[in-house]
Design a protein around this ligand. Structure first.
Ligand SMILES: [Fe+2]
Length: 295
């Protein structure tokens, strides 16, 4: 038996379609989706249509990521103030392209799922961490490690970091707990132009167990970047979308560097601190020039 684990599609329907076709060729019998289906890339409705369509004829399990949480919270008025511009224009664009059906679906999704396949060891799956969609595994704090050790499942699947990797958490028993990061289908870091997908194969060497295989799936990254322009996203969220294009084309993530630098430029000019996301657009543009990250 082979399972496909797909995380962090981020509206990249071209990468998703390539992964689903590759999984089909590999004889995958069930699909585990770890959230962040939408936002950042263009035309979220295309990604959602593909997911709904696939789920109608395949065994698919879904949980939610932080981006689905943001969309539901914005719809409920728990988050406000999204507007065109580099800070929140991409989120607003995504929200405006969702239907009532999409939002209702996001609300049905649980934060954590359990993989129970008869005759196989169970595993837990989450977006960031079991206790928070924006968490990151493996976490280094003693409290987080104890919480992970206390889980009954021997294997935990997660996404959110957009990076692939398997980690072993030792003790207290003889068998280490396995944490497998699924990487990212649509916003893959370190593997530009190649969507990341985790396959879990079942094997019977002594006792039934899962073993991971990481698969890189080429897709039309130039077309994905082009859609940032044709959709209007590059106009509505200029620097944010330029960072997305940069990440798609190079595998490098600017989102952790460029916005703080824009904040520091503002503080240097005005002597005032500016909280995120209130950074004025000219400071996004100045920072983008320094990082060579403009449309
Ligand atoms: Fe995420």
């Amino acid at each position: 038996m082979t399972l496909a684990v797909l995380s962090d599609i981020h509206s990249n329907h071209l990468a998703l379609a390539a992964c689903l076709a590759a999984a089909k060729r590999r004889g995958v019998s069930a699909y585990i989706f770890l959230g962040d289906y939408i936002s950042d890339c263009a035309y979220p409705q295309k990604t959602l249509a593909l997911l709904y369509d696939w789920a109608a004829s395949h065994d698919c399990r879904f949980i939610r990521g932080n981006r689905e949480e943001y969309m539901a919270a914005y719809a409920d008025g728990k988050i406000t103030g999204w507007q065109n511009g580099s800070a929140t224009g991409s989120l607003l664009y995504t929200y405006e392209n969702l239907s009532a059906k999409d939002l209702a679906w996001f609300r049905t999704l649980a934060n954590v799922g359990r993989g129970d396949f008869p005759g196989h060891p169970p595993f837990l799956y989450c977006h960031g961490a079991p206790w928070q969609t924006t968490g990151t595994l493996p976490e280094g704090s003693p409290a987080a490690i104890e919480k992970l050790r206390a889980l009954p499942e021997g294997c935990i699947l997660c996404g959110h970091t957009h990076r692939m990797g398997v980690y072993l958490l030792a003790g207290p028993g003889p068998t280490p707990k396995t944490i497998a990061r699924a990487g990212s289908v649509g916003y893959p870091l370190t593997t530009p132009g190649q969507a990341q997908m985790l396959l879990l194969h079942s094997t019977e060497d002594g006792a039934p167990r899962w073993y991971p295989e990481y698969v890189l799936v080429p897709y039309d990254v130039q077309a994905a970047v082009q859609e940032l322009y044709t959709s209007g996203l590059m106009e509505r969220a200029p620097v944010w979308s330029a960072m997305t294009a940069h990440a798609l084309l190079t595998g490098e993530n600017m989102a952790g560097l460029l916005p703080p630098y824009a904040q520091s430029l503002y503080e240097k000019d005005t002597g005032q601190k500016v909280p995120y996301p209130a950074i004025p657009e000219p400071y996004w543009q100045k920072a983008a020039g320094v990082f060579h990250c403009q449309k």
